[in-house]
Design a protein around this ligand. Sequence first.
Ligand code: NAD
Ligand code: UDX
Length: 435
Amino acid sequence: MKVVMIGAGYVGLVSGTCFAEFGVNVTCVDVDEAKIKKLENGLIPIYEPGLTELVKKNVAEGRLHFSTELKDNVGKADLVFIAVGTPTRRGDGHADLKYVYAAAEEIAKHLQDYTVIVDKSTVPVGTARNVERIIRETNPNADFDVASNPEFLREGAALSDFMRPDRVVIGVESDRAEKLLRELYRPINLIEAPIMKTDLESAELIKYASNAFLATKISFINEISSLCEAVGADVHAVAKGMGLDGRIGRKFLHAGPGYGGSCFPKDTQALVRIAQEHGVSSRIVESVIEVNAAQKARMIKKIRNALGGSEAGKTIAVLGLTFKPETDDMRDAPALAILPALIDKGATIKAHDPQGMEEAKELLPASVSYHDDINATVENADAVVLMTEWNNYRGLNLKNIRQQMAGNAFIDLRNVYEPEQMEKAGFDYHCVGRA
Ligand code: NAD
Ligand code: UDX
């Protein structure tokens, strides 16, 4: 079986590599020549744990290839996946489908024998049918089917999420295409992950509904965390007590600075637009988006209050910049909303992140200084803000940190530490939803 993966980003590169690991011959095609050159030279353009080793292994075993050319690859493929970006369209919050449709047109020109074109990108309902129409119009003689196969992997745990998923969703309307997709996913099915077959529209909506529901859990607990602070309750205890109810579940009830990343912010917005276009209300998701923005604003106030009411002239050491640990992805990271607001009010920011600093430099104000070492970051700081819960911030040498600092404010936006422990270590400790 031969697979072409169009787009060698977080999803395309991981999915392509995992399919190769299952024994399939995969070519990842990307228009970004620099990215493909790096991959051809054995360099991985993103940070994702375990990916470098798996790419190297599959390249060495001859199953994984990289190219900038669709032409020589599509004609030989059984399945062509579209895994290009679908960012928020400037101005209206809709998913921008220009990369998906450009890929569809390009695929159409090179189709030869029967091929299944699979949307893996997160796309609004109706996109698969538009892809089908574009291909038919571009190449009326092509023998093909279009399927929808949304991806549910999380960055930082992408390989295990892909290889051991809770489910695989395939929106497919022909037996021939279904057979090929089931064959491709057979190794996953062997570990008893269900393959759920639906129509195209349901598959597309399952992805948005899942992300919006997870974002809802986060905004819900973030709103409850404000209430916890007001009434003197502990959000950890509340989340645990709720989560032990099997109907609620414990996952995604961790209060923090608001969700970020390449998916939740854009997919919640896109879902609202899809509903609007169909004349349907989406008040819950609209509120989820509002609560998330409010949570980031609340974090700015929390930091300001910890600094005695004004950040002007204060030095803040920031530990963690990426939207979550174990990734270098800065897309919609809460740091991008919180830090510029502090800088605007006169704060000096010293930042540290294990993987995100290169990308952050492009996105944060030029005044931010970056440090490879935690001690150098906290030196002379009036406050430390723990923004992202990387493992190497979980066991900080608290005595050392306190000695290096000029002040003693510690604002833990991920609730990594215990209040008593931090007070004992001499910090004026602030966290989220814990009084
Ligand atoms: P990304 O920006 O990391 O990668 C997209 C890649 O597609 C880029 O390398 C770009 O150069 C390439 N590309 C664009 N147009 C192309 C074309 N015509 N031909 C070949 N390559 C082209 O994006 P991503 O994070 O991998 O996301 C891809 C899709 O998967 C999005 O729809 C996203 O919503 C969805 N998704 C992402 C995640 C995630 O965790 N990142 C998880 C699930 C689903
Ligand atoms: C998400 C979905 O989980 C995944 O299924 C989808 O395919 C892509 O989008 P990802 O964005 O990589 O994955 O990370 P995730 O672990 O879901 O975290 C997203 C954001 O929510 C992060 O900013 C994280 O810090 C935040 N979050 C998550 C919380 O604030 N609290 C939680 O309890 C969980």
